[in-house]
Design a protein around this ligand. Sequence first.
Ligand code: SF4
Length: 309
Amino acid sequence: MAASFMFHNGKELLQRCSENDMPIWDVMLHYEMQMSPRSKEEIWKMLEERLQVIFDGVDAAIENPELSPSGMVGKNTPLLAKGVHDFKKLEKELLLNEACIRAMLGAVATGENNARMGVILAFPTAGAAGVLPGVIYGAKFKLDLTRDQMVQMMLTASAIGVVIANTATLSGAAGGCQAEVGSATAMAAAALTEVRGKSPETSLHAASLALKNMIGLACDPIGGLVEVPCIKRNGIGAVFAMSASDMAYLGVESFVPFDEVVRAMREVGDLMSPKIRETALGGLAMTPTGQAVAERMGLLNIGDNPCSK
Ligand code: SF4
């Protein structure tokens, strides 16, 4: 009987890894081959092209920064890019290492490129599109990753996304920002941990540690635009993913297994008021600052957000 690479939850994912003696990324590659008519080579090529979309988006925002039509975002990519450029001078003042500053840059640049209608890879959604690029951008520098390793990261992250989508949701409208930036952070944490040579189990611990840290996070975009707080939230989410990965790398385990963490995230999402689920009717969206922007843009109470469409 042909081997099965199908999985619906973290436990089954670990089983497939163990049965086939494969890391998560390879199980995900075979899962995709079973689910789609594409060959291994076609899937790999597609992912390489999408990886290039990630880097092109980051480069575009760095090389040609631009304010978004709302005027809320677009000026932070140059600040972070300067931090990377001058890192040697700033090293004694900054608390984080260069890989973290680069991760924040990659994440924020992706979000700012999205806000000015640049091309991005929604991974897993447009609103949360910066976390994995940020982590890849920072890790590439620190770990000298090859293109193949970065593609492997995309596959590992995808497997975690599949589990979350099956058990809970990746949509801010359904589960709040914990489901978007929270999920992206878990996906990136697992990817980073596995590419550093750790086991599938340790990678799932990293995903759990990251997601637990995001549980309860509201979706509260000002004016319903995927700008504030989304973009900086991605930047800090990328560093959260690195923290969770380092914790797991050092042997710290999540007390609560990954599948239970994902179910808890879904339950918290179900408990959330619709006002903090992408309607822009609560949280930061309803602060005086948020309302003033929405009113100026004619966006007050639009109750709609393109984030996860
Ligand atoms: S729109 Fe909501 S869910 Fe999406 S990134 Fe912004 S705050 Fe998070």
